[in-house]
Ligand binder design. Structure first.
Ligand SMILES: Cc1cc2nc3c(=O)[nH]c(=O)nc-3n(C[C@H](O)[C@H](O)[C@H](O)COP(=O)(O)OP(=O)(O)OC[C@H]3O[C@@H](n4cnc5c(N)ncnc54)[C@H](O)[C@@H]3O)c2cc1C
Length: 420
């Protein structure tokens, strides 16, 4: 079957491009070898957290950021388009209400108790904003690995004063019955929180131990599909502001995002192949004709008028680096820009230091088509989006999901304009 567009990759960039195209009536195939970073990141849309210093308002900082980083993916999309993509995302996440936008970053605690600037966040996280100070009680479960409320509260308490207002935090550990299971992961807890009896038991343990005026942080495991109702019930029963804190992977809020966009894509008529690794492409006369997917019996070519490359960066295998430091784009063999030279430093010494290698990726033209040295489009009908693009340092900038959303949206827009 020939499609209008084949999208490669099921991260935020690929899902966004695919859903937008399907909603506009295109026959879309999304093919991915596995899930993307949605299952690892925090489920927040961080657009720009750091420029020369911490960013309070992406709306105010983006123009000077783009001017200082002309090769950044944001230089290929405008701030108004980033704003439109955020609104688009918010409306697609309807039942999992998202709040915020470009005007103001909120400062949410991570699982380590470090504050992270974020532009658009689930409603269930917003009371964790430490930007206005506050007293926090952090709830943890004995059986939940990799979430340590005492450690988190200790670090959060050290973050203050924030914006001149004091921040204090303490931990509350609870031990609801888990039917004898010693270790339960975030997904296991999320499923249990959808059981009324489990919620009731947790609330009963927590409510006696709260002090008046405290905001209460839970690990982000308060349900999956039922999450909005679970969060509201806990908030209303405890009678105080309750918020979720992203855990280490797997990320329940990210899985909610993946599920909502995937379901919307199916409803819009999109076809999805998960577990399909694209191993090559067929090209002809400056156009991509089809992409070749590994299948049980023999490789299958999926042909289309347009293609979107949204295979992520090093984390998802869209880019790979060999032991000589040579970086390769894995499907089309596209040129990779931004790779440090042999004499240059590739990685900084510390985790949070600059890592020049993270800027490596595919350079694109104004329509997000992979481009050669002179900026010329290499294939007329191939567009790229997300973490596979060159020029960003998402970890330092806190821009990863903002880039994927905005460029996924923009790649679809470019295709829709061409299709007119
Ligand atoms: C642990 C972790 C935490 C993060 N935390 C933050 C954060 O706090 N803030 C922030 O801004 N950003 C964060 N990021 C970065 C952000 O999540 C990513 O930059 C962004 O989500 C990337 O989305 P993407 O769609 O471009 O790519 P990905 O989500 O990486 O998706 C790539 C997709 O392509 C598929 N794929 C790859 N190769 C092939 C192939 N050959 N054939 C078929 N499919 C293929 C993969 O299976 C996957 O579905 C984090 C990332 C990670 C890993």
């Amino acid at each position: 079957m020939r499609h209008d567009t084949v999208v490669i990759g099921a991260g935020l960039a690929g899902l966004t491009a695919a859903l937008r195209l399907a909603e506009e009536g295109q026959q879309v195939l999304l093919v991915a070898k596995g899930v993307g970073s949605t299952h690892l990141g925090g489920g927040t849309i961080d657009v720009l957290g750091y420029h020369t210093e911490r960013v309070d308002s992406p709306a105010r900082a983006l123009a000077s950021f783009i001017q200082a980083h002309p090769d950044h993916p944001y230089a290929r999309v405008t701030p108004p388009l980033i704003a439109v993509s955020l609104e688009w995302f918010r409306s697609r996440m309807s039942e999992h209400l998202y709040v915020g936008g470009l005007d103001r970053n909120v400062l949410l605690p991570t699982a380590l108790g470090v504050l992270k600037p974020s532009a658009m966040v689930p409603e269930s996280m917003v009371f964790g904003d430490a930007g206005a100070g506050g007293r926090f009680a952090i709830v943890g479960f004995r059986a939940l690995k990799d979430f340590y409320p005492a450690y988190l509260a200790d670090n959060l308490g050290r973050a203050g004063p924030v914006n001149g207002r004091s921040v204090s935090a303490r931990s509350v550990e609870v031990r609801p019955s888990l039917d004898g299971q010693a270790d339960v992961g975030p997904l296991g807890f999320a499923r249990r929180f959808e059981e009324p009896a489990f919620r009731k038991a947790v609330i009963a343990e927590v409510e006696d131990r709260l002090e008046p005026g405290e905001r209460v942080g839970f690990p982000a495991v308060l349900g999956l599909r039922e999450a909005p109702a679970v969060w509201r019930e806990i908030r209303d029963t405890l009678g105080t502001d309750v918020f979720e804190i992203p855990t280490l992977p797997p990320s329940v809020p990210g899985i909610r995002v993946f599920g909502a966009l995937r379901d919307a894509l199916r409803r819009a008529g999109g076809r999805i192949i998960m577990g399909g690794a694209v191993v090559g492409a067929r090209t002809e006369g400056g156009r991509v004709v089809g992409v070749v997917v590994e299948a049980a019996a023999r490789p299958i070519s999926h042909d289309a008028r347009w293609f979107v490359l949204a295979t992520g960066g090093f984390a998802s295998g869209g880019l790979v680096m060999d032991s000589f430091g040579v970086v390769r784009e894995t499907i089309f063999g596209l040129p990779v820009a931004g790779v440090p030279g042999p004499e240059e430093e590739r990685f900084g010494a510390g985790y949070l230091d600059p890592h020049p290698m993270s800027r490596a990726g595919v350079a694109v033209d104004e329509q997000l088509r992979p481009a050669g040295r002179e900026g010329e489009a290499l294939y007329a009908n191939l567009h790229a989006a997300g973490a596979t693009l060159a020029g960003a340092e998402p970890w330092r900038e806190k821009s990863g999901d903002g880039i994927s959303l905005a460029t996924g949206y923009a790649a679809a827009s470019a295709i829709l304009e061409e299709g007119v």
